[in-house]
Structure formats: C-alpha cells, structure tokens
Write a new protein. Sequence first.
Length: 368
Amino acid sequence: MIPFLDFKQLNAELRDELIAACARVIDSGWYINGPEVEAFEAEFARYCGVAHCIGVANGLDALVLVLRAWLQMGRLREGDEVIVPSNTFVASVLAVSQNRLTPVLVEPDPRSFNLCPQRLEQALSDRTRVVLPVHLYGQLADMPRIADWARRHGLLVLEDAAQAHGARLGGRSAGAWGDAAGFSFYPGKNLGAIGDAGAVVTDDQDLADVLAALRNYGSREKYHNERLGVNSRLDEIQAAMLRVKLRALDRSIEQRRAIAQVYGSRIRNPLIELPVLAMDEPESHVWHLYVVRTADRDGLQRHLAQAGVGSLVHYPVPPHRQQAYAGAFRDRYPLSEHLHDTVLSLPLGPYLSLAQIDAVVDACNSYR
Ligand SMILES: *Cc1c(COP(=O)(O)O)cnc(C)c1O
C-alpha cells in the first residue's frame, strides 16, 4: 500500500540532523522564546523576502492573532467584514469568526480552486475591511489582481499561506503579497515541524511589535502586560526542527514539482481532470496537494485503494456546510459544494520512489 502521506518518511532523510538539533535544545536548558526561535524567525523572514517573522503555536493562531492585532490597533472593529474563499480549510473562516468579525464567502475560480478576483466586487460592502486569500493546495492565489483590487478599495490583505511555503510569482513569495500572512508548520505541510507550529510574516513593524506581545500574554517585558494577549508561542524545539527542515525546503519542493509533472504528463484518463497552473508559472505552485477531480469521486477512491494507492479528500465538507456554522451563512455556494464533492488528492510525498509514482499513474489510468 502507498499511503496518502507517510509522516515518518517525510523526516527520514533528515532524521540525524533533527535529533542533533533536538539534543542541542535539550542541552541548552532554554526551551521558550530563545535563540532557536529568534534564528528561525530571521531565516524564515529572509526566505519569504519580508522584514519580520513572528513564531506562534500553530497556523490557526497565526491568522487569529493578525486579525486580533488589527482590532487592538484600531484598524478593524468588531463586525467588520472579511472576504474569505468559500472553499478552504475551516481554519481560514474560524480565524475570522473567533475575532467576532464577519466572514463573507466568495466562490472560487474552478480552474485554480482559489479566490476568484472577478467575484470580489459583488462581495464588497461598506463594512468590508479585509481580504483573506488562501493559496489552496500550494498554488498562489491571483495575488497581483487581488492585492491591486484590495489596495484600490483601501482594504487590508491577510494571506493564508499555510499550504504554500515557497510559492512564488515574479520572484515574490507567498507571504510577501499581503499586509501580513499566516503560515502553518503542521507536520504534513510542505514545511512541517515535529508537532504544531506556525508563524506570521509581515513588513509592518508596528504589527510585528503588537504580535510579539500578543503571543506572549500581551507582554514583551516579563510580568508587564501591555495588552490582552494569549499564550501562543513557538517552542524552541520546534523552531530548531524547522531550521533543519527549512534548509531542505527548496529541494523538497523541486521533488514535489517533478512528481506533479509526471502525474500531469502520464495520467491520461478522460474521467479524471488534472490540476492546472492557473498563472502559467511553475514557481507559483509548490504542490502541497495534487488534487484531481472526477464525477464519481468515491468510486475513484475505492478503485485506487484496491490498486494499493491511498488518497484523501481535501475537503469533504465546505466551511458553510459545517455543523459549527449552521445558520451562519444565508447564501448558497454551489461551485464550492461541487468541488468538495468531486476532488481527490493523490499521494505526493517528496520521498515517493519511481516505482510508487508509476503505481499511482497506472492505478489512475486503469480507472473506468
Ligand atoms: C493547515 C491549515 C491551517 C491551520 O494550520 P494549523 O497549524 O493546523 O493550525 C490554516 N489554513 C489552511 C489553508 C491550512 O491548510
């Protein structure tokens, strides 16, 4: 069986380096907000091409805390509207509702699965303050147009870059397009820790200062609390793991691109629709997920399983259909619902062998 994702394999090649880094932290006796976090923040900010990185406990908190910081800074008020794609992982929407802001869902471009710039105008109201594009499956949303539109309307842009570490367009990275961006380093993400971790990146010095306090009880000087904060810190151990993983990130992205290229050129089945590069730019996609579409998705998933190929659905239920949001959204989002009914993610670990890649291709091609 080829599992959809093998977490152990993701870290196998770097195992010795990760263990050495772990030992270094244990022996240092400094476990919270120390030199590893500081070094990772500098390294990841440089990687993204931005001025500041603020490590936090996970990707959801990264998004939540940016919006909370903007509320505390007076840039947003409770009830303000945030434009979010209707087909995304629920965290993008939770970040908005957790701050008592109002998520306004916008349907995707069906080719890219990402926020459709043409549909932004109809979502605009006099309460709109933020656009929150998600670089879904690792493909950069159409940021030139989204950011330009937001600027013309005086809106803030918060990128959900949880799936898109290292995606670039015209040399500009995911995370460097908005006023701020949230990253997740959940173990299965392209840059994954050995546990939960996340970060905000931004060029905004004021926002970075507020976040540095917010994540640590609202305090930058021990026992002096300047604002109402939370405990959402990035651990020294995870920062040390991430420094090792970051050095290998570009290579693993290249491996993912090579596998996606093989799938794209060798899966030939009229029943299976393959993902596309919406902006014709290979660098704009880091292939966190390789998502195909087919009418009878469950049938394809069963066929693949019989052929020994694991697969997953990202995601089976769109946010507006989640029980937690029952009654929260009046509109219907048929495009998003259709995507959720027809998508299937193939195995795409950078560690896949040529034989395993062949097996995935053959299993797709033998589906009837
Ligand atoms: C993973 C993910 C998150 C949340 O990250 P966590 O670290 O799991 O909290 C947010 N948005 C998207 C699009 C994600 O894929």
